[in-house]
Design a protein around this ligand. Sequence first.
Ligand code: ADP
Ligand code: NA
Length: 327
Amino acid sequence: MQRVFSGIQPTGIPHLGNYLGAIRNWVTLQKDHDCFFCLVDMHTLTMPWTPRALREQTLGSTACLLASGIDPTRLYNQSAVSAHARLGWIFDCVSRLGWLNRMTQFKDKAGKHRENHSAGLYVYPNLMAADILAFHATRVPVGDDQRQHLELANDIAQKFNHDMGVDFFPHIDPLIPPHAARVMSLRDGSKKMSKSDPSAQSRLVLTDTADEIAQKIRRAKTDPDALPSEEAGLEGRPEARNLLTIYAAMTDTTLSDVLASFGGQGFGSFKSALADMLVEKLAPVAHETRQLLKNEDHLLHVLRTGAERARSVSEPIVSEAERLVGF
Ligand code: ADP
Ligand code: NA
């Protein structure tokens, strides 16, 4: 059975981009893969955080993932398993500054004021490589925004193997969904939907009520033209493309099917169909999340037992990596 690793930051409630880019595929993969799903709380410290919010969001994300159908035995949080930090440090010393300098996510997140950001934000991709390789995972379901980080992880694995003269770390294959791999902000079609976007209107989160979903879709940015019947008509219309892609991905149809049904209509009728569909699919997840959040002990128990399982697999791998470097 192939081993799968994937992570999500507990920096807020998961949004529709996380769901379509990652979580939905996790639920499918866990049926026939050996999966490890991780709340990467160590990555959360790379940007400003508060201890209280981190604790709350760890529980909130756990509830949301369980409500989305993630198997509780496969879920844990990163800081509970020391293999991540130990291999992360080794990889900080294998990875090259020149490689990290090319990472576009760092440039996007740090913006113009690089000097004021944490060193953690800069070496984040090394820790991400360690997250995956501590399990010898070979398949990593992620959104398109993580493609470059996975290439770096393969470079690190190869350099480690080469420098130590071993064939120890496997090659990683990203599993990037063919559609909706990058869901865009509802307010700006040039930015990806993200938990870190200060505008709550920019994203649908998995606990939004029916009213919130309807309102966010109604206010989502569009353009004055009617919907085209063919994909060519979406040229230069990123907001329209994004909403149509969301509709197609959530209903397991193609963009051309959606254009065939809604082409020629204005945004008003399409948006109300989109909102109705999203309410129908997401409201049960929101309801289940609220139920789960009433039982904190259960959520903590899920994370504890998940961490035990994660430790039992990662410990021998990381101990061997430590032996290989000469520790
Ligand atoms: P965020 O950037 O919102 O904080 P994370 O970094 O926690 O999200 O990413 C968790 C998973 O969700 C990753 O696999 C990532 O590729 C995926 N993901 C994040 N944003 C999007 C998006 N807008 N569209 C598709 N997938 C996404
Ligand atoms: Na991200």
